[in-house]
Design a protein around this ligand. Structure first.
Ligand SMILES: Cc1ncc(COP(=O)(O)O)c(C=O)c1O
Length: 283
């Protein structure tokens, strides 16, 4: 974002969108354009088409985005890359959930349709082995020089020892092994979390149906404000992510994101039952 935009530029993003992306864009003085996003197929292409004349940069979490869990179908990825390239708008593709698919194959990334080098693809191991290593990577396309200069100015380089440890882990095949187990666990988790929501939450609660990743998006009756639910739940040692942290607009007050990454235990089920009871008490 720092390499590709300057203060006052307009960045188009999905909506709802990961709060860290909003914080970063705002801190750089960018104007954020939140575009309608479908919980299954991601950004709505017609909305992006209409916005094209006013945007300078686009950032998409193409696979299993947080908080929605959506994954752009291949044909949408192809069309978005073509559209943006035609209008000379760079695309930052944040693909750090792509390895966490529940199906039989990793979904493609927008980068695989990039003929002009205008997609800057990012990934890290933060959502797979652990966030603490702070190791990520980028396929920068035609923006390589800008990225290298910025990295040099900010940090000279990332610590070699952690990069090497991660590289060895990736090379050895153990990463693939780890991913196979993790994907299975997350898929089982998804079913368990979804079953508990159906059992314990107010009737009419809607949930997304992610095909991978760590996030489940929930929508309640309008009477339930999830910022209030957060305040009540935290007293019961339950932490949720209220919908409004994923937008700069006045929306998603009756929505929340549930992380399905916690290992399933009787305590997790107990806390979900408790959360459902608290939500019901707000109706
Ligand atoms: C969409 C998205 N991008 C980036 C990040 C941060 O990733 P990292 O720890 O690799 O900086 C997160 C973490 O939650 C995320 O959800």
């Amino acid at each position: 974002m720092m390499a590709l935009a300057k203060t006052g530029d307009v960045i188009a993003v999905e909506s709802p969108v990961y709060s860290g992306i909003l914080q970063l864009a705002v801190s750089l003085g960018l104007k954020v354009l939140e575009l309608p996003t479908h919980p299954n197929s991601g950004i709505v292409i017609d909305a992006l088409k209409k916005a094209l004349p006013q945007i300078d940069l686009c950032l998409l979490v193409s696979n299993f985005t947080t908080p929605l869990g959506s994954c752009m179908p291949d044909e949408n990825k192809k069309e978005v890359v073509k559209l943006l390239a035609k209008h000379k708008v760079p695309l930052i593709e944040d693909d750090l959930y792509g390895d966490l698919y529940f199906g039989s194959q990793r979904p493609k990334c927008c980068k695989s349709y990039d003929e002009q080098g205008t997609v800057l693809w990012c990934n890290s191991i933060s959502k797979t082995p652990a966030p603490g290593y702070r190791v990520g990577w980028v396929a920068p396309g035609i923006y390589k020089e800008q990225i290298m200069k910025l990295k040099l100015a900010h940090a000279i380089s990332a610590p070699a020892i952690t990069q090497e440890a991660v590289a060895n882990f990736l090379k050895s095949g153990r990463y693939e092994n780890h991913l196979r187990k993790l994907r299975q666990i997350l898929q089982q988790n998804y079913h368990r979390y979804a079953d508990s929501i159906a059992k314990y939450f107010p009737e009419g609660t809607k949930t997304s149906i992610p095909q991978g990743g760590l996030a489940l998006w929930m929508e309640f009756d309008k009477k339930i404000d999830t910022a209030d639910l957060f305040d009540i739940a935290i007293k019961h040692k339950i932490s949720i992510a209220p919908g409004r942290i994923f937008t700069l607009q006045n929306q998603f007050q009756n929505c929340m994101r549930l992380c399905i990454g916690l290992p399933w235990t009787s305590n997790v089920e107990h806390k979900l039952r408790e959360l459902g009871r608290l939500a019901k008490s707000m109706l």
